[in-house]
Design a binder for this molecule. Structure first.
Ligand code: LMR
Length: 432
């Protein structure tokens, strides 16, 4: 009996010891504290937090130009017709089996053609290690983890400014971050010489995060000539270029044209990485469908890299979701549906370009003494307005207009119905 009691009490003590959490953020478990008493609420996400604030505002005049998500001219989310058609084709025929760890091979093959070119020699030579990823964020994160694992001492150079989540992604992968000059606040354009100096001065073999097109948040892209010089310098310095291509099609309306920077780098013989996403250009935001690819020296290396990417994915989410991947592969592999998609991408890009002109004209009509030329010069989903955080705060508190505090306006949220109201509010907060 006594022996049984002793065994029970030592089992209990083992269980309690196993439950005691390690030191974390200065907190130590004790019998008087709760498990999570030391956890503070996280600060609001600078982009998604704007959507939360917008949704909580009861004002009938409210305008959301925060998150980069396409809206039609009535301010409504859009499901593309090609997506509706692909959904109709799979309705009832979809089984719910697991995809492989690397996702749908069919989807990946079609996706690579968009980035590397329909007849890419790299695809034919099987030199690309590629896996389906949880949209662009997931692709960047997989790459960041891969970078940490196989180039543990390397750093990532990130443009200033960049999409806020880039910092979180590489931080959580424990890759140390450096920045490079990108945006020139006075000209509201590219700081080309600052960028080139930073590329030149970075230690040989550094990693550079580049936005392939429609730079987020600035809407400022290098010209073709500038890309050629950037590519050459990155090559000379032996750096590794990693492209985040979240907006293919949104800059020019043509996915092929928007792949120009990547094609220049490929021609120059770089080994590179690419994150692709179908959130914006197919409107598949919530489906979380994208692709990570790494161009390798040969097919053998590509197999090794791919298996390691899969190995990183397995304990995170095991394998990616099937529905979005199926939609993408149906659309891209059917010539009619692909054509329909290309037209719809162009319609979205053109509506945004039209809204840029309308916003600029409306502000100028109010007699603003400031220059608003950058609204029409910048491209893609965003306009980097140049408004200061305090001016943004006034837009929100006085006019119920929601945008990120860095002054980024999602042009996709501007419509013929709200453009005048928005222009008037921008004029009001910027004139004094
Ligand atoms: C954005 O920049 O608004 C989008 O990419 C959405 C997001 O996840 O931040």
């Amino acid at each position: 009996m006594a022996a049984a009691l002793r065994a029970t009490s030592s089992a209990i003590s083992r269980a309690v010891t196993a439950r005691t959490p390690p030191l974390m953020g200065g907190a130590r478990w004790s019998s008087s504290s709760t498990w999570w008493g030391h956890v503070d609420p996280a600060p609001k996400d600078p982009i998604l937090g704007v959507t939360e604030a917008f949704l909580a505002d009861p004002s009938p005049n409210k305008v959301n130009v925060g998150v980069g998500a396409y809206r039609d001219d009535d301010g409504k989310p859009v499901v593309l017709n090609c997506v509706r058609e692909a959904e109709a084709r799979i309705a009832g025929n979809l089984n719910m089996e697991y995809l492989p760890m690397g996702g749908s091979n069919h989807m990946v093959e079609e996706t690579l053609k968009l980035a590397y070119g329909e007849d890419s020699e790299f695809i034919k030579d099987k030199r690309i290690a590629a896996v389906q990823a949880l949209s662009g964020t997931g692709a960047c994160r997989l790459f960041a983890d891969f970078q940490k694992r196989y180039q543990p001492e390397s750093e990532i150079y990130i443009p200033v400014p960049t999409w806020a989540n880039h910092h979180n992604i590489w931080r959580d992968a424990n890759v140390s971050q450096k920045t490079y000059h990108y945006y020139h606040p006075e000209s509201k354009g590219l700081d080309f010489s600052g960028m080139m100096d930073d590329i030149k001065n970075a230690p040989k073999g550094s990693f550079f995060l580049l936005h392939a097109c429609a730079h987020n948040p600035t809407g400022v892209d290098p010209t073709e000539e500038e890309w050629k010089e950037i590519s050459q310098l990155i090559k000379d310095k032996g750096h590794f270029p990693f492209f985040d291509m979240a907006y293919q099609g949104f800059a020019s309306g043509d996915p092929e044209k928007d792949a120009k920077a990547i094609r220049i780098f490929l021609q120059d013989g770089h080994l590179l990485g690419i994150s692709q996403s179908f959130a914006k250009n197919m409107g598949l935001y919530g489906q979380r469908v994208g692709c990570l690819s790494v161009l390798c020296e040969d097919d053998k290396q590509a197999v090794a890299v791919k298996t390691r990417l899969q190995q990183i994915a397995r304990p995170m989410y095991s394998n990616p979701p099937v529905h979005g991947a199926l939609l993408v592969s149906i659309i891209l592999s059917d010539p009619d549906l692909k054509n329909m998609w290309l037209k719809e991408v162009k319609v979205m890009a053109d509506r945004i370009i039209g809204m840029r002109t309308a916003l600029r004209e409306n502000i100028e009509k109010l007699g603003s003494p400031l220059s608003w030329e950058h609204i029409t010069k910048q491209i893609g989903m965003f306009c980097y307005s140049g408004l200061a955080p305090e001016q943004v705060d006034r837009l929100t508190s006085q006019f119920h207009i929601y945008l990120t505090r860095n002054g980024r306006i999602s042009m996709a949220g501007v419509t013929t119905k709200n453009v005048e109201y928005l222009a008037n509010a921008i004029h009001e907060v910027s004139k004094s």
